[in-house]
Ligand binder design. Structure first.
Ligand code: AMP
Ligand code: MG
Length: 484
């Protein structure tokens, strides 16, 4: 099979990557192809839904035109710097130009060892593969910048974690896989030539407007900051916790990337943490903006020599740019919260109104998604009971709602605005786990059903109402795990 790849990253200097083929597996089986995405990429979905396609998506065959590479990168993991990470279980097949003219990476994840695998097996189990598939596609459907899932394939081989699990490969599509950690890899080696090449590449591919600016590197840094501020605000609007916001998991293009122990909150608490490896709560829900800014400071350190001739002057430029993150993030989040409450714009008092609701929700363990969605229903004239009953003390909601309704009286079109800003469905942990459990027993029905619902998250879909419900006490998932 031939795919119209045009592989610009593989034409960069050899020290940017290692050339490595995916590993052949025992029994390639395509369990899911994202047909709409395949079409968007200009690929022939029918031709991919064949044994040949399965072989490609499981890593057993390399399509013509691919130039498989594992990309080099470094990263701060939980605050500690690791000078060499790299794609230890992923292989970039190549880049295609999609129907909209955008260059997109097609990468296999879980396709075997690479020179960056360190102690790892280069493999992925079916659980993390399906989790990434469902959650990334749900994020895309909610309009949040993210990598996409093109396919999931099983390998017919076990991978060994705590137990033996079915092996699988997810094919991921990204506007690129360049990370803050990619810059850190070269900065750690004091390879300024590589930093310049990478910076030019990133501007050409992701930030062409920065190239035209008077100070392209300043403009690039400012643009990366703006996209991160927007991204994290978007996450927080839907109660998403990334779980591993290491600098190697921070995309320069501003997409959500590297879905590991990520999760959506059910009941709201700002300090919510799910990841089993996040013992200190570094990546708790409400820490995410501060961490994003910290990661951007690490990016700035790599760019310093490009920001000014003199180091002190460069630090000043970087600090000034970084200071914009907080206000940008706040403005983004406040705008989102306002829309979630049916408000077309943020007026005096609105920020307090929104924050006070969050305070009451946290005190009363109210479900994040359902609170906003059922609030939207009340704006359509439905009863308050379904939303107020989400609060341990429903009268705390009543008191807040009086203020909200006074403000809402100044708006028109609030109900429609709220339905469009508040998803009815998020991939709840217990449902994702259920789908994974079934798939491990070779039943992909629950996965298919969950995925189908999640790709239309704002539609009511009454027959699927049970998927909108929070977990019962015994169904609650308290911890999520990395794919490693
Ligand atoms: P992640 O948790 O996906 O952000 O990965 C962090 C680092 O560990 C990256 O360099 C990965 O390539 C590497 N890694 C994760 N899982 C494996 C694995 N099973 N085999 C080899 N390398 C891995
Ligand atoms: Mg990663």
């Amino acid at each position: 099979m031939r795919i119209a790849f045009d592989n610009t990253y593989a034409r960069l200097p050899e020290r940017f990557f290692a050339r490595v083929n995916p590993s052949a597996v025992a029994r390639p089986r395509l369990v899911k192809l994202n047909r709409p995405l395949a079409r968007e990429l200009g690929l022939d979905a029918d031709a991919l839904e064949t044994p040949e396609g399965a072989a490609i998506f499981a890593g057993s065959a390399v399509p013509e035109g691919a130039e498989p590479i594992a990309q080099a990168y470094a990263g701060h993991q939980f605050g500690g710097f690791v000078p060499q990470l790299g794609d230890g279980r992923a292989v970039l097949l190549g880049e295609v130009i999609d129907q909209g003219g955008v260059r997109r990476d097609i990468q296999l994840k879980g396709s075997g060892r690479t020179p960056f695998s360190r102690m790892g097996d280069g493999r992925a189990a079916i659980g993390p593969v399906l989790r990434e598939y469902i959650v990334s596609e749900a994020m895309a459907a909610m309009g949040i910048p993210t990598t996409r899932a093109l396919a999931a394939a099983t390998t017919g081989e076990p991978v060994y974690r705590e137990t033996a699990l079915p092996g699988a490969v997810v094919t991921r599509v990204a506007s690129s896989h360049i990370r803050v950690g990619t810059f850190q890899y070269f900065a750690a080696r004091q390879d300024m030539e590589a930093i310049r090449i990478l910076t030019d590449y990133v501007m050409a591919r992701h930030y062409p407007e920065a190239r035209e600016a008077e100070q392209p590197h300043h403009a690039l840094f400012a643009a990366v900051i703006a996209r991160q501020a927007e991204l994290v605000a978007a996450w927080m609007g839907v109660g998403f916790i990334h779980g591993v916001m290491n600098t190697d998991n921070t995309s320069i293009a501003g997409e959500t990337i590297d879905y590991g122990p990520c999760a959506f909150m059910d009941s709201y608490h700002p300090q919510t943490v799910f990841s089993s490896i996040d013992q200190m709560g570094r990546y708790a829900f409400s820490n995410q903006p501060g961490i994003a800014q910290w990661n951007l400071a690490r990016f700035a350190e790599c760019l310093l020599p490009l920001l000014a001739d003199d180091r002190d002057a460069a630090v000043e430029v970087a600090q000034e740019a970084l200071a914009a993150f907080g206000p940008q993030f706040e403005a983004q989040l406040n705008g989102r919260l306002a829309r979630k409450l049916g408000l077309a714009e943020v007026r005096t008092g609105d920020v307090d109104l929104a924050r006070d609701l969050l305070g009451v929700m946290a005190e009363n363990a109210a479900d994040w998604t359902l609170t906003f969605r059922r609030l939207a229903d009340t704006a359509e004239g439905q009863s308050d009971e379904p939303v107020r009953s989400l609060f341990i003390d429903p009268t705390a909601f009543d008191a807040w709602a009086v203020r909200w309704r006074q403000r809402l009286a100044q708006e028109t079109g609030a109900a429609a605005r709220m339905q469009a800003a508040n998803p009815a469905f998020i991939p709840r942990n217990h449902r994702v786990e259920e789908a994974i459990q079934a798939a491990q027993g070779d039943d992909f029905g629950p996965f298919e059903e969950l995925l189908a619902v999640m790709t239309r998250p704002y539609e009511a879909q009454p027959s699927k109402a049970y998927l909108a419900e929070p977990p019962a006490e015994h169904e609650r998932v308290l911890q999520t795990f990395c794919g490693t």
